[in-house]
Design a protein around this ligand. Structure first.
Ligand SMILES: Cc1cc2nc3c(=O)[nH]c(=O)nc-3n(C[C@H](O)[C@H](O)[C@H](O)COP(=O)(O)OP(=O)(O)OC[C@H]3O[C@@H](n4cnc5c(N)ncnc54)[C@H](O)[C@@H]3O)c2cc1C
Length: 693
């Protein structure tokens, strides 16, 4: 009998009885016990409350067949207004401290994203990211915009990207020139290549944009990229203001509820006060005053506000990953194919080693990443909170900015790529039925895909993380968060080998896994630095030397850093006193599977660096990975249950919690609009159209 869950988590109901019970009964723990290790109970309570509330709202019902692109935009915009009217964020939230308030809002975002990704992104862009940017870059004089965004009096957006420049923000060409006579900035778009584009909410709904442009003072001097509050449409009738050309970018691969737009400005005037002037301002006479001794840090500190957005993306990606794997596990538990006896009973596909190896690492990853995104968010929020409470806030922030930025820049790609791969594996693992729209895997895939690119293309972000790591290696460790303190032990770490470590530790122990990852990070850093040195000695410029050490090296380093942090924070979570003893075996298996899977995926580099020779290392890692997967099989459905939201949210006909796979599919087939009727275009496809049938 499993230990009972705590009554505090009673708001998570039991699953309905059904064929999945045969698996559920094999676990020595209740799914709610694991759920509260993987997720914060307050956040869970809030999410369940929101889901219950929205389930009864007609505007949030799942619509079949898929509405037109314009209809999807209309629905998401209406949902955005409706959500503001529901009591989802009560006034007391305003009175909370920064950290609990932010946590609350992130949980709201998670809850909304799980049912309507377009809606949550519209709100994240139009409220959260806008307010973060105002907080990071604006001052008291912009507070009316802050409040207006909250109450939806204005719908906002963030316009950074241009047609010809996304990742290289320093090459943005929109200008904002100060006119001292009228005390205004004049915004101009030099040509179509400098048109703002991809801006979420801009296409049809935004009334105010934060536009990033190069600031010029009347003396003709450029002062770099700054944010400006730019009115776009009249909030009373959504008519565009003269001087700005705005359009919608059209249908996308997914997220069609969001109106991504483009904009071009022609001598468009805004008041001087609309410059976001926390890091630098222009006085009435047109003199520029920077609050930073190093102007190059202006952009860094200002853009750091976007880390919050990336953390939100990581949280969403973790849920997407969790939902995909829940679908795959529940399906695999019920779906039967083949068996030892040709004519005897068939076995669930969950029994097959190949299937376990395909899905369980993602099941483990979902658990690990859920806990690590929580701890990373904590780290970030505490730093921002400290910087806001301190009169020296900006200085304090810029000290920690490097490490947080590196951690987030490494983790956002790792999380979103893991989710991308998990969705695809889950889709294939559910066979043909996984390809049904009603499985929800296609929606998860299409809506998740843009995360790999927006708020920093993954490959570009990863380079920023590895650059920071290499600086730690070369210039000495400066790690306020302690995430790379291991570099100080580099000599000892690089002296380790598989043979020396395996004599001291079990292959599946956290010590062994941890030592392996530390070794590989150190070896990669050492190798990259050496490779770059040789390249420079052979005449390569630093830019070229850096670019030519990305593949197999710096890219792997940043992913590994994120995986290492994720595993470390998962372990710390497991060690907390609130974790029930009955969970220890399953948490140990989750750690092992994720850790060994990570090592397996970096296997070649371990051999390249002579950490191991011969077949034993690879054999041991792989055989232990397979046996850990086999051991997890008994608990797989319960682990999936602990990751699963209610059926309304999971929204998959092939993975309902009742496990009635074929009854649910039958119902789906039979009730699809028009499924059993003759096509209304039947006349158009007759072999003899003119015959009088
Ligand atoms: C759905 C969606 C919503 C968005 N919303 C917004 C928004 O609200 N506001 C906004 O301002 N922008 C928005 N964007 C734009 C987004 O931020 C950019 O697309 C993103 O920053 C990448 O820039 P890019 O498209 O110019 O790609 P590019 O920078 O051109 O990159 C193209 C490819 O080149 C590679 N590459 C680039 N540089 C290097 C290098 N040095 N080494 C190796 N490879 C390299 C990249 O990895 C990438 O694969 C959105 C985009 C999407 C898809």
């Amino acid at each position: 009998m499993p230990e009972p869950h705590t009554p505090e988590v009673n708001f998570v109901p039991d699953w309905p009885p059904g064929p999945l019970d045969a698996f559920r009964e094999q676990s020595a723990f209740d799914f709610r016990q694991l759920k509260t290790v993987l997720e914060d109970i307050n956040s869970l309570r809030l999410k369940y409350k929101i889901w219950k509330m929205l389930e009864s709202e007609p505007l949030f019902a799942k619509i079949k067949p898929t509405p037109s692109v314009d209809e999807q935009k209309k629905i998401a915009a209406k949902q955005m207004m409706r959500v503001a009217k529901l009591d989802i964020v009560p006034p007391e939230v305003y009175a909370m401290g920064y950290l609990p308030r932010y946590r609350f809002l992130m949980s709201v975002n998670e809850a909304l994203h799980a049912i309507c990704p377009s809606l949550s992104i519209k709100i994240a862009l139009g409220v959260g990211l806008f307010q973060n940017t105002l907080r990071a870059m604006g001052t008291e004089q912009h507070s009316s915009f802050y409040n207006a965004a909250w109450s939806r009096e204005i719908v906002t957006c963030l316009a950074i990207t241009e047609v010809a420049h996304g990742s290289n923000t320093k090459r943005i060409r929109t200008t904002a020139t100060y006119d001292a006579q009228n005390q205004e900035f004049i915004i101009n778009t030099p040509d179509f290549e400098a048109a703002k584009c991809w801006v979420g909410n801009l296409g049809k709904t935004a009334t105010t944009a934060i536009v990033f442009a190069n600031l010029f003072t009347p003396d003709g001097q450029a002062h770099g990229l700054h944010g400006f509050l730019v009115p776009i449409r009249n909030p009373l009738n959504l008519q565009l203001y003269p001087g700005v050309l705005v359009g919608d970018m059209g249908e996308k691969i997914g997220l069609n509820g969001i109106d991504n737009g483009f904009a071009m400005f022609t001598n468009y005037r805004i008041p001087r006060e609309n410059l976001l002037n926390r890091t630098g301002s222009v006085n009435e006479d047109g003199e520029y005053m920077s609050l930073f001794s190093e102007p190059s840090k202006i952009l860094g500190a200002a853009l750091e506000g976007f880390s919050a957005g990336r953390l939100g993306i990581m949280q969403e990606a973790t849920n997407t990953l969790a939902h995909s794997v829940v679908i795959a596990v529940r399906y695999a538990a019920i779906r039967k194919q083949f068996g030892p006896d040709k004519f005897g009973p068939e076995q669930p596909i969950l029994e097959y080693q190949l299937h376990q190896w395909r899905i369980f690492p993602y099941l483990a990853a979902a658990c690990v990443l859920k806990t690590s995104v929580y701890s990373l968010t904590d780290l970030y929020l505490k730093t921002i909170e400290k910087s806001q409470a301190n009169s020296n806030g900006i200085d304090l922030l810029s000290q920690s900015v490097g490490e947080i930025h590196a951690l987030v820049s490494a983790s956002k790609p790792m999380y979103t790529w893991t989710a991308r791969d998990a969705i695809q594996e889950a889709r294939e693992a559910c066979g043909g039925h996984g390809y049904l729209k009603a499985s929800n895997l296609g929606e998860l895939r299409n809506n998740h895909d843009a995360c790999l690119t927006y708020e920093g293309d993954n490959n570009v972000l990863g380079q920023q993380a590895s650059n920071w790591l290499l600086r730690q290696w070369v210039d000495g460790v400066e790690s306020p968060m302690g995430t790379v303190n291991f570099i100080k032990r580099r000599k000892e770490i690089l002296g380790n080998t598989f043979s020396s470590l395996s004599q001291r530790f079990e292959i599946t122990s956290w010590q062994f896994i941890n030592h392996c990852l530390e070794w590989l990070m150190c070896w990669l850093m050492q190798t990259i630095v050496n490779d770059m040195k040789v390249a420079k000695e052979n005449g390569a410029c630093p830019f070229e030397a850096k670019n030519n050490t990305q593949v197999y090296r710096a890219k792997d380093l940043s992913i590994l850093y994120a995986e290492f942090y994720a595993l470390s924070s998962f372990r710390l979570r497991c060690l907390k006193s609130d974790v029930a003893t009955c969970l220890e075996p399953v948490l140990g298996l989750i750690y092992q599977i994720y850790g060994l899977w990570v090592i397996d995926r970096h296997m070649v580099a371990f051999y390249q660096g002579s950490f191991a020779t011969g077949a034993t290392f690879a054999e041991s890692i792989r055989s232990n990975l397979l046996s850990s997967c086999r051991a997890l099989k008994a608990d797989a459905v319960t682990v999936a249950d602990s990751l699963a939201p209610p059926d309304y949210v999971l929204n998959s006909v092939i993975a309902k919690s009742d496990g009635l796979l074929y009854q649910n599919l039958q119902n789906e087939f039979m009730t699809n609009p028009g499924a059993l009727e003759r096509a209304n275009w039947w006349r158009d496809v007759l072999p003899f159209p003119k015959s009088k049938l």
